[in-house]
Design a protein around this ligand. Structure first.
Ligand code: HEC
Length: 148
C-alpha cells in the first residue's frame, strides 16, 4: 500500500467510525460543556418533593443506573465492563455538579453529550420525566455530612 492510499484509508476510517470528532471539530456548539443560554437559565418546574424523587428514582434505575451507577459515581456496570471513554459523569462530585444548573443538566439529558456514550433522551423521555430525574440526581451530592 503506498503512502497516499494509507492516508486515504485512514481518513475514511476516521470519517466512518468517529464522525463525531469531525463534526465537533467544526461546530463549537457540539462540544461537551456547551449550553445554550436559554437552557442554562431554565428552572426545574417540578417541586423537590418525595413524590418527584420517587418518580426520579424509578426513572434513574430504568434509564441511567446501568452507566451512572447505583451510587451515582459514574461506575455503572455497563460503563465499567465496556470501559467507556469518557466514563459517565460522577454525580457525587460536588466540585463539578455544583457548577451545573438544572437547566444545563436538562440540556445534556435532552440532547446528549456529543462524542460520548451519553445519548439524547428528548425523543424517548417526556420533559417532565427529564426534570424528575434531575431532582433525583441531585440527591447524590446531598450527603448527611454536608447537611449537618
Ligand atoms: C450508555 C451510558 C449512559 C446512560 C444510559 C446515561 N448516561 Fe449520562 N453520561 C454518560 C457519559 C459517558 C457521559 C459523559 C461524561 C463526560 O462528558 O465526562 C454522561 C454525562 C451525563 C451528564 C453530564 C452532562 C454535563 O453536561 O455535564 C448528565 C447530567 C447525565 N449524563 C445524566 C444522565 C441521566 C439523567 C441518564 C438517564 C436518563 C443518563 N445520563 C444515562 C453515559 C450514560
Amino acid at each position: 500500500m503506498n503512502f497516499r492510499k494509507t492516508l486515504l484509508t485512514l481518513a475514511m476510517a476516521v470519517a466512518l467510525f468517529f464522525p463525531s470528532l469531525l463534526i465537533a471539530g467544526e461546530d463549537p456548539t457540539l462540544a461537551p460543556g456547551y449550553y445554550p443560554k436559554e437552557y442554562a437559565g431554565m428552572k426545574n418546574p417540578l417541586p423537590f418533593s418525595l413524590s418527584t424523587l420517587r418518580e426520579g428514582r424509578r426513572l434513574y434505575v430504568g434509564h441511567c443506573e446501568t452507566c451512572h451507577g447505583v451510587y451515582g459515581d459514574g461506575k455503572g456496570n455497563s460503563a465499567v465492563i465496556g470501559k467507556f471513554d469518557p466514563m459517565p459523569r460522577d454525580f457525587t462530585d460536588d466540585n463539578i455538579m455544583s457548577k451545573k444548573t438544572d437547566g444545563m443538566l436538562f440540556y445534556s439529558i435532552s440532547k446528549g453529550v456529543h462524542g460520548t456514550r451519553m445519548f439524547a433522551r428528548e425523543e424517548i423521555m417526556p420533559a417532565k420525566e427529564r426534570w424528575a430525574v434531575i431532582h433525583y440526581v441531585r440527591i447524590f451530592t446531598k450527603t448527611e455530612e454536608k447537611e449537618k
